[in-house]
Design a protein around this ligand. Structure first.
Ligand SMILES: Cc1cc2nc3c(=O)[nH]c(=O)nc-3n(C[C@H](O)[C@H](O)[C@H](O)COP(=O)(O)OP(=O)(O)OC[C@H]3O[C@@H](n4cnc5c(N)ncnc54)[C@H](O)[C@@H]3O)c2cc1C
Length: 528
């Protein structure tokens, strides 16, 4: 019988034999009675500061012997394996006369195109930005001297917004089968198999830049085509159905378009409004990126074990409820041992974000600290309602650009100066060299800076040992999620245009690498 055993405690230096011994102890059996041991999940338990942190494993194993007494939650019969996602209802040959088109080569578009290609259709993947090597060079130039290519940058290009990221693969979704398929695809393209079992998997920008082109090549090998430096300009809609798309001046006939353009492509939202596609404004969140020395985070989380190399750089998640006039505030997209980066996709607008390399070994950790905002915060009577959230973002991004010296340097302030509303100096040691001292209150809406002033000191106090004097804030974090939702039927199709499948983060139903990738896969499955 196949058994699942949870809560197996292992030292940080465990080996295969230790796992076998632990299973034998649990089942009171000999190694010979065990076969096909598979580690399903691995997390670090560092809750007891006086004890060395340990791994907690969940495993499955074929056990030959008298069925043991089951203990719910600890020792159970293994559930039946979930069916692979594909192979259920996917036709082997395409059932549309014209090739399906996928717009955007971020996680959603890549996985949509791969799913189509694996089903025997020959998708055409269109991406406005460049292939990874060219894009990497463009992004380096941007960070070094502020030269922005508005079509290929930190937010646009092969791999999408997450190429220069921490590559955190966390997701709230319980859709384990699709998550597994996505992770197995990444592993097949060169990611570490650890992502299949780690409770907080991550890849890192350096590895992503290696993996994403392999993933794109798989689409090619299966008969798909990819066009880079090619921008969707228009869609052609006749009688409520999609009939074609215009890409860099050329019309392509198609009845099915998977629109995975992310939430930075504001021109796409405008084009959709003009084409009669239904959109609505949705809540999102804005704030700052906060950076503190990584060793403070490690010590807060791991105590005296902080220097153990197996543990790597620690992360945190902090939240603060609303209090008086201060709104809720939460940390988001923590990048341990990472870098604060400047991002832009249009002239004169600047936003912040964070990234890390696979080793996560830089001396600072950073995270966004965000305050929720909703359509009630940006009512603009007489204006196009769905786009008002974007106007709200733009106002902050324009102010950030100007305060940063109008060359994509990031306006920044020490937390202690921000709390006083002062313009002080910046510490020489920080992850982002092109930062300019600024009064961040001039960039953020009053209720956002008020909330951050009230919440940040209390939140940082939860990280035992973190020094307020060492924290640096960078502004403004404006693009943590989409400010717009493209309305869809349950089948994933736009409610107003048949054959148009808005998916990924830009559609407003996903946020993050994993959920966007899953949304791309799911939209294609619903299409079949
Ligand atoms: C710096 C940074 C760090 C991040 N870190 C993480 C992280 O660690 N973990 C995590 O889960 N998430 C992270 N995110 C968020 C994550 O990257 C996004 O949620 C995810 O990439 C969204 O995927 P997507 O495919 O829907 O859209 P995107 O990744 O935005 O991809 C959209 C693609 O469409 C292309 N496009 C846009 N308009 C057009 C057009 N008109 N024609 C052709 N192509 C077009 C764009 O160039 C882009 O490549 C990070 C984001 C950033 C910016």
């Amino acid at each position: 019988m196949r058994l699942r055993i949870n809560q197996i405690v292992m030292s940080l230096a465990y080996g295969e034999d230790d796992v076998l011994k632990a299973i034998c102890r649990e089942l009171r059996c000999k190694k010979e009675q065990l076969e096909n041991v598979e580690i399903l999940r691995r997390s670090i338990d560092a809750r007891k500061k006086d004890k060395e942190p340990r791994y907690i494993l969940s495993v499955e194993v074929d056990f030959h012997g008298k069925p043991p007494m089951l203990k719910p939650g600890q020792l159970e019969k293994a559930p039946k394996p979930e069916l692979p996602i594909l192979g259920k209802k996917v036709p082997m040959v395409g059932n549309v006369e014209t090739p399906p088109v996928v717009i955007g080569a971020g996680p959603a578009g890549l996985m949509a195109a791969l799913t189509l290609a694996e089903a025997g259709l020959k998708p055409l993947l269109i991406e406005r930005g460049a292939e990874t090597p060219d894009r990497s060079a463009q992004v380096e130039a941007f960070w070094k001297n502020g030269t922005l290519d508005v079509e290929s940058n930190v937010l646009y290009g092969e791999g999408g917004a997450g190429l220069f990221s921490d590559g955190k693969l966390t997701a709230r979704s319980k859709d384990r089968a699709r998550i597994r398929r996505f992770f197995e695809t990444l592993v097949a393209c060169g990611a570490s198999p650890d992502i299949l079992i780690d409770s907080a998997p991550h890849i890192g920008s350096d590895d992503l830049a290696r993996i994403i082109p392999v993933l794109r090549n798989r689409i090619w090998e299966l008969g798909g085509a990819c066009a880079f430096n090619s921008r969707l300009e228009k869609i052609r809609v006749e009688d409520g159905a999609l009939r074609g798309v215009t890409v860099s001046g050329k019309e392509i006939r198609t009845d099915a378009c998977f629109l995975a353009t992310g939430h930075s492509a504001r021109d796409v939202y405008s084009m959709l409004v003009e084409s009669g596609v239904a959109l609505e404004a949705k809540p999102f969140a804005v704030g700052v990126r906060l950076e503190i020395p990584q060793h403070r985070i490690d010590t807060a989380q791991y105590g005296k074990w902080a220097d153990l190399p197996t543990l790597g750089s620690a992360s945190f998640r902090l939240t603060r409820k609303e209090e008086g006039n201060a709104r809720r505030c939460y940390s988001f997209c923590m990048c341990p041992g990472g870098l604060v980066i400047s991002c832009a996709s249009s002239e004169g607008l600047l936003t912040t974000n964070g990234m890390s390399l696979s080793a996560r070994d830089k001396p600072f950790g950073n995270a966004a600290f965000l305050v929720p905002v909703g359509p009630e915060d940006f009512p603009m009577v007489g204006k196009n309602l769905p786009m008002t959230g974007i106007e709200f973002q733009k106002k902050m991004e324009r102010a950030a650009f100007e305060a940063g010296g109008s060359d994509y340097g990031i306006p920044a302030a020490r937390l202690v100066d921000f709390l006083e509303g002062n313009m002080g100096g910046l510490p020489p040691e920080r992850s982002c060299g092109r930062a300019v001292p600024a009064v961040l209150q001039n960039i953020l809406p009053g209720f956002v800076s008020g909330t951050l002033q009230s919440a940040l000191p209390k939140m940082l106090r939860e990280l035992n040992g973190a020094e307020l004097e060492e924290a640096v804030l960078y502004a403004a974090e404006t693009r943590s999620s989409a400010p717009i939702r493209v309305l869809r039927e349950t089948g994933g199709e736009s409610i107003s245009v048949k054959g148009l499948f808005p998916c990924g983060e830009g559609a407003g139903y996903a946020g993050g690498i994993v959920s966007s990738a899953l949304d791309g896969m799911r939209s294609v499955e619903l299409f079949f």
